[in-house]
Design a protein. Structure first.
Lengths: 111, 116
């Protein structure tokens, strides 16, 4: 089946930029998503990008997509302690298919 | 409702008992999904509904797991004869449709199941 891979942990200092990377295998992906999960909470949609785009910026968040390499990244500028959470990458194929998620990257922000 | 609502939020059950988890999706959302998140694991897809029908049940881990959806709204996930490995957070999500542009999936806060 399709697969989404992420590194499991990332630690950054407050004020630095964080870059969370994701690779996927489905060449027919139409949309790619980033979700955030804070401790004890459900998943919150952060942003998504259509597969024919290569960049999307939304305030402190920048999503880069390299479709050729099937590589997606999420950059968080000026990372704050409130950004500490698990970040999930997910991809959506065409048609009536559910999202396929990675295992999540746990971001720790050190004050 | 305003968001996806799940109940119970926490459930502790004895091994061998049956449990029912409930999901109330966002009003008007035709697609409903169940995922499972085990400690240290990603999100494992279980099943999704388009209306009341379930086109893809491939993720259900065993025949002890079943789900239904009635009236195109509320869904229940039933786990029979629970085992300790069933302990996880069961997340429900809904979306307006399953395909097409701009589809966005909204998650509930999950039902934390502990089997002792």
């Amino acid at each position: 089946g399709e697969d989404v891979e992420q590194s499991l942990f990332l630690s950054v200092r407050e004020g630095d930029s964080s870059v969370i990377n994701c690779t996927y295998t489905d060449s027919s992906s139409t949309y790619l998503y980033w979700y955030k999960q804070e401790p004890g909470a459900g998943l919150q949609l952060l942003t998504y990008i259509f597969s024919n785009m290569d960049m999307k910026q939304d305030q402190r968040l920048t999503v880069l997509l390299n479709k050729k390499d099937k590589h997606l990244s999420l950059r968080i500028a000026d990372t704050q302690t409130g950004d500490s959470a698990i970040y999930f990458c997910a991809e959506k194929s065409a048609g009536n298919t559910p999202l396929v998620f990675g295992k999540g990257t746990r971001l720790s922000v050190i004050a | 409702g305003a968001g996806v609502s799940q109940s119970p939020s926490n459930k502790v059950t004895e091994k061998g008992k049956d449990v029912e988890l409930r999901c109330d999706p966002i009003s008007g959302h035709t697609a409903l999904y169940w995922y499972r998140q085990s400690l240290g694991q990603g999100l494992e897809f279980l099943i999704y509904f388009q209306g009341n029908s379930a086109p893809d049940k491939s993720g259900l881990p065993s025949d002890r797991f079943s789900a239904e959806r009635t009236g195109g709204s509320v869904s229940t996930l039933t786990i029979q004869r629970t085992q300790q490995e069933d302990s996880a957070v069961y997340l429900c999500a809904s979306s307006l449709i399953t395909g097409g542009p701009g589809n966005t999936i909204y998650f509930g806060e999950g039902s934390w199941l502990t089997v002792v």
